[in-house]
Design a protein around this ligand. Structure first.
Ligand SMILES: Nc1nc2c(ncn2[C@@H]2O[C@H](COP(=O)(O)OP(=O)(O)OP(=O)(O)O)[C@@H](O)[C@H]2O)c(=O)[nH]1
Ligand SMILES: [Mg+2]
Length: 383
């Protein structure tokens, strides 16, 4: 078997070289991008390297073609027994297609495995982001932007590239503009937390109530729509009693509207809802009836940082029917991989209003700091 590397300015050029030297039967072993010249792998000329192999040492394809008289070229009998040139062309096309398929497969798997296609310094961040479960497409989006910016204003070394990566990643947490839950013009705000079961909605409602009523001295009321479990109402009532704030239970959308009217003068009404499996269509429809009862209500979707990515998309899609305005991610203390948060913020194009970092009420809640989240996602020592 003969193995050789072919380097060209682009993939087509490299493949032409392979074909000219080894013919269409060549096996593509590896494809990768190279940089020639530049600094730390940056700003150099981008080249494509294809490593190909051929089974035996037969004459090269182009030589074979040149030396073979047309009457002896491979051809196939037609139904009426005649030889046809079309069949030979079809065979060549099929060879070419097989070769391209093999090449694409090799290229994609190599790229996923080791961040191929980027200069060495960026491959490092490719691996970190992927290990942190940031989606492939988003990783490439971030790296492409980093490459673009570093080409515009040349980076000087590893520290500069790290800062650039953190800056770009942090920007995803700033989009869209961060509207705070606070509203200081005295108008009432009704804020409901929805989400799957056990994600931390009730605990987070209690943390928010403490923050706004105890720390910011706002006039707050608590409402639960969770009549599904007896313990659920008791859980929130205990917190309400401790904070000496009014607590109400609404079992129907009509009751909910009456309660909202009763607390018209409150600066903030925090609404806890029953955890719903996003797959339970009846429960989701019931929740929507409550949400529709108060069109001004700001709905926040609560999701766990430990949730599997595929489940998160299911949750996002089902709860997305509720006109969700912002996101809350809970249980950041239970994982080191924050990629799912970045994926959600990016795909759903929603603001991340809060993160929670433990079970303690009221302490374990904070407004996210984009730079800190970004540096956690790019932290090197965790992998
Ligand atoms: N580690 C950790 N645990 C949390 C966090 N937030 C809530 N929890 C815990 O998660 C569990 C469920 O919390 P709840 O607030 O009852 O969750 P829920 O979403 O209201 O649950 P349902 O009403 O049953 O859907 C409790 O043990 C909480 O203490 C967090 O940020 N970190
Ligand atoms: Mg609850």
């Amino acid at each position: 078997m003969k193995i050789r590397r072919f380097v060209a300015d682009d993939m087509q050029g490299a493949l032409n070289q392979v074909k000219n030297s080894f013919g269409s039967d060549a096996l593509i072993l590896q494809t990768r991008y190279l940089r020639r010249g530049g600094f730390l792998g940056l700003f150099g000329r981008r080249l494509v390297e294809v490593t190909a192999a051929i089974e035996n040492k037969e004459p090269q394809a182009n030589e074979r073609q040149r030396n073979t008289p047309s009457e002896t070229r491979p051809s196939f009998p037609t139904r009426d027994g005649k030889q046809t040139e079309n069949s030979a062309i079809e065979e060549k096309l099929q060879d070419l297609k097989t070769m391209l398929d093999r090449m694409v497969t090799n290229f994609e798997s190599a790229a996923v495995a080791n961040g191929n296609g980027y200069p060495a310094i960026f491959q490092h961040y490719y691996r970190i982001l992927r290990a942190n479960e940031v989606e492939e497409g988003l990783v490439r989006q971030i790296l492409d932007e980093a490459m673009r910016r570093s080409a515009q204003s040349p980076t000087k070394g590893r520290e500069d590239v790290k800062r650039l990566m953190e800056e770009i990643t942090a920007e995803y947490f700033l989009k869209p503009a961060h509207p705070s839950l606070r509203r200081d013009n005295g108008t009432k705000r009704v804020i409901a937390l929805v989400g799957p079961t056990g994600v931390g909605k009730t605990t987070t409602v209690a943390k928010l109530a403490a923050q706004f009523s105890l720390l910011e001295k706002k006039n707050v009321a608590l409402v639960t729509l969770d009549t599904y479990r007896v313990a659920a109402a008791e859980q929130l009532k205990t917190y309400a009693d401790l904070m000496a704030i009014p607590f109400e239970i609404a079992s129907t959308p009509k009751q909910f509207q009456e309660i909202l009217r009763k607390h018209e003068e409150k600066e903030m009404i925090l609404v806890d809802t029953a955890g719903r499996s996003p797959l339970n269509k009846i429960a989701m429809a019931k929740l929507k009836l409550f949400m529709d009862a108060c069109p001004d209500m700001e709905i926040l979707l609560v999701m766990g940082a430990t949730t599997k990515q595929a489940d998160l998309w299911e949750i996002a899609s089902r709860f997305g029917q509720l006109n969700v305005k912002q996101l809350i991610f809970t249980k950041l203390d239970e994982t080191l991989k924050y990629g799912v948060i970045l994926n959600a913020v990016n795909r759903m194009q929603k603001n991340l209003a809060y993160i929670t970092t433990g079970q303690d009420v009221p302490d374990d809640i904070e407004e996210p700091e984009p730079a800190r989240l970004a540096s956690s996602i790019l932290r090197e020592e965790q992998f």
